[in-house]
Design a protein around this ligand. Structure first.
Ligand SMILES: [Zn+2]
Length: 395
């Protein structure tokens, strides 16, 4: 045999195979006729060496394409008869799982293609196989990848958020998934189908090291707070800064609409919602002049600014004092909206103030939430939660 072929043989074929001949059947399909070159095989049942070949048969195995050309290995497989137990067995092949018609690297490559090509159709064409196989192999490979990290314990910092993953148009039913993000390892720790305390507990009980979690960020959502305090004994809970600040927006918008009507284009809308520090000098003047005529809105507006000022304080001691001042002045307000807001703030007092100790926000979790939505669009929605979860765990 040509010596160049000798060295490329190992690269093109599997490690144990010897090349007999090769030919091209079409522009993009190459066939390699080969056989395994071993003196004996070991019986899988009783581990006895066997030298006696019972018979031979041709097997076709699909392999990873090279330079765009699909590859088919035609392997002359021997069957041995075991001298110990008299059973007949087929010789195994390194790189091909028992009973499979494709090599392991074909399946790994197919996963890569399904992940990186624009759609399944292109992956299918490049690998010359059916769409069903692409789909099957893709989730099979994701499952293998997930099993590699399955026993990893909890990280030190986590974030939890929810998003919808399935909408049933017929009866208007929406299913929610809870996303738990590992801030230390920068990845999704787990996805749970549902957002109640019980389902979360059941789905997450397999992960070891609950006591390792020290900090957990959430938006102001009661079930998540309850879940964390019951599930992670050492975790302090942080209420996400942006969710706290966003509590003000509906109050301002509602009070403004009582005055200007529901016009989003009205420039005063932007002036009211924007951070006062970022307004230009003349904008601030114009806003203040306008607010003189609308005392109710003016009051809400100044509470909004006070809340923003709270988040600009440095140090947890100072923040605690500022929080108390803010809620005290809210208690004096006659507006029922402000009273209601004060109640919410008091209910989440500890979690809001924990921000000034940890400086944690839910930004990372929101980022993964957006990614989850992106996968939903790309897949034209998921029907199966199991696949959706596998997709996200390998994001
Ligand atoms: Zn045997």
């Amino acid at each position: 045999m040509n010596p160049i072929w000798k060295s490329t043989e190992k690269f093109i074929l599997l490690p144990e195979l010897k090349l007999l001949t090769h030919w091209q059947s079409a522009k993009f399909r190459t066939h390699y006729k080969c056989r395994k070159d071993s003196q004996f095989e070991v019986c899988p049942k009783c581990a006895t060496k066997s030298y006696s070949v019972h018979d031979r048969r041709w097997v076709t195995i699909r392999d990873q394409p090279i330079r765009g050309s699909g590859i088919e290995l035609r392997v002359l497989k021997r069957r041995f008869r075991c001298p110990g137990c008299r059973k007949v067995f087929t010789e195994p092949l390194n790189g091909v799982r028992k009973g499979f018609k494709t090599t392991e690297r074909f399946r790994r490559g197919l996963r890569w293609a399904a992940d990186n090509f624009a759609d399944i159709d292109r992956a299918q064409r490049a690998y010359g196989c059916s769409a069903g196989l692409v789909y099957k192999v893709f989730y099979e490979q994701l499952d293998i990848k997930w099993h590699e990290r399955m026993n990893d314990p909890w990280g030190r910092v986590i974030g939890i958020d929810e998003h919808s993953w399935k909408k049933c148009r017929k009866n208007g039913f929406t299913e929610f998934a809870s996303l738990i993000v590992d801030y230390d390892r920068n990845r999704i720790a787990e996805v749970v189908n549902g957002k109640t305390v019980e389902t979360m507990k059941n789905a997450l009980s397999y992960i070891p090291g609950r006591e390792r979690v020290e900090q957990a960020v959430i938006d102001m959502c009661d079930p998540f707070r309850k879940f964390i305090s019951e599930f992670f004994p050492n975790a302090i809970i942080v209420a996400d800064k942006f969710h706290v600040l966003r509590l003000m927006s509906p109050l301002i918008n509602k009070a403004r609409m009582e005055i200007t009507g529901d016009k989003r284009k009205n420039p005063v809308r932007r002036l009211l919602l924007k951070n006062r520090n970022k307004l230009k000098y003349y904008e601030r003047n114009a806003l203040d002049l306008w607010l003189v005529e609308h005392p109710k809105l003016k009051e809400i507006y100044w509470f909004k600014e006070a809340l923003h000022r709270l988040y600009r304080t440095r140090g947890s001691r100072k923040a605690e004092e500022a929080f108390m001042r803010l809620t005290d002045s809210m208690a004096l307000s006659q507006l029922k909206e402000i009273k209601k807001l004060r109640k919410t703030l008091m209910k989440w007092r500890k979690e809001i103030l924990n921000y000034f100790i940890t400086r944690l926000t839910n930004g990372k979790t929101e980022g993964y939430n957006r990614l989850a939505k992106l996968y939903q669009y790309r897949a034209f929605a998921f029907r199966n939660f199991f696949n959706y979860r596998l997709r996200l765990l390998n994001a």
